[in-house]
Design a binder for this molecule. Structure first.
Ligand code: HEM
Length: 231
């Protein structure tokens, strides 16, 4: 039996194979996944070589970070007494400890793909009206991605992360906002209070903000008429 004649296929896709433009539009508007795109999109815009799916890959990596991150939360304690040992144990003895490496590598990759995605949007001129608002949302998402990466860096509580955060927080001290450094660290130096602060930012506050902004980003793409085609 052909796949398209099976009950499962028909349950998922209500419409027969499209013929007229009207039928094709109804296939798009009545399917959950296809409905991500507006009813009419430029063929050139959805070609893989136009976007390289970099935004989609970034979104996928974010979901991977959430899933692997939840696994890590079952084990990791955000306190100076336990953090480093927990991290070592995750690498050596804990079942599913591979989640830690996955989390780390996907995090690095996400920083690279979000940057490449921004470069692609810039090169194809997709930041121009009517998409300028979505460009601003994107800039916020870039800042959030870098902030998630930065806050996660301290959590292993090893020498590299301690000194990296010390250096970065000294940069914050040079900002024209008095108290920016203390607000970030929760103390005068990197301490247990900083670890807790970074943990909450990394696991709750920043991902929540990112989810809200991503929803806005995707909704805007849809409302701006789908992906902008080549100029
Ligand atoms: C977590 C970060 C981000 C995610 C998950 C994300 C996701 C996406 C996705 C899935 C698309 C559809 C096209 C594609 O796959 O390339 C898209 C389009 C777009 N993104 Fe992002 N994005 C992010 C960050 C950014 C950044 C940093 C910018 C720019 C500063 C940006 C600006 C845009 C614009 C203007 C569009 C519309 C492009 C077009 O119509 O061709 N995004 N984004």
């Amino acid at each position: 039996m052909k796949l398209r004649e099976t009950r499962v296929w028909r349950a998922l896709f209500r419409h027969p194979l499209p013929g007229s433009p009207k039928e094709r539009i109804s296939v798009i508007t009545s399917a959950l996944i296809l409905h991500l795109h507006p009813a009419r999109v430029k063929e050139s815009a959805i070609k893989i070589r136009h976007t390289f799916c970099l935004g989609g890959i970034t979104a996928f990596l974010f979901v991977l970070e959430m899933v692997t991150g939840v696994f890590l939360m079952f084990y990791y304690h955000p306190s100076p007494e336990h953090a480093y040992q927990d991290m070592e144990a995750l690498r050596e003895i804990v079942s599913f400890g591979v989640m830690r490496d996955l989390h780390r590598w996907a995090g690095h990759l996400m920083v690279i793909t979000v940057f490449l995605h921004m470069v692609r949007v810039f090169i194809t001129g997709a930041y121009k009206p009517p998409r300028e608002f979505n460009w601003i949302v994107g800039v916020l998402l870039l800042v959030l991605t870098l902030s998630m990466s930065f806050t996660g860096y301290l959590l292993p509580w090893d020498q590299v992360s301690l000194w990296a955060v010390t250096v970065a927080s000294n940069v914050a001290a040079s900002l024209p906002f008095p108290g920016a450094r203390t607000l970030l660290l929760g103390d005068h130096t990197v301490s247990g209070a900083t670890l807790l602060r970074f943990y909450v930012l990394h696991c709750a506050a920043l991902p929540l903000l990112a989810v809200i902004l991503m929803a806005l980003h995707f909704w805007r793409i849809r409302k701006d008429g789908g992906i902008a085609g080549p100029l």
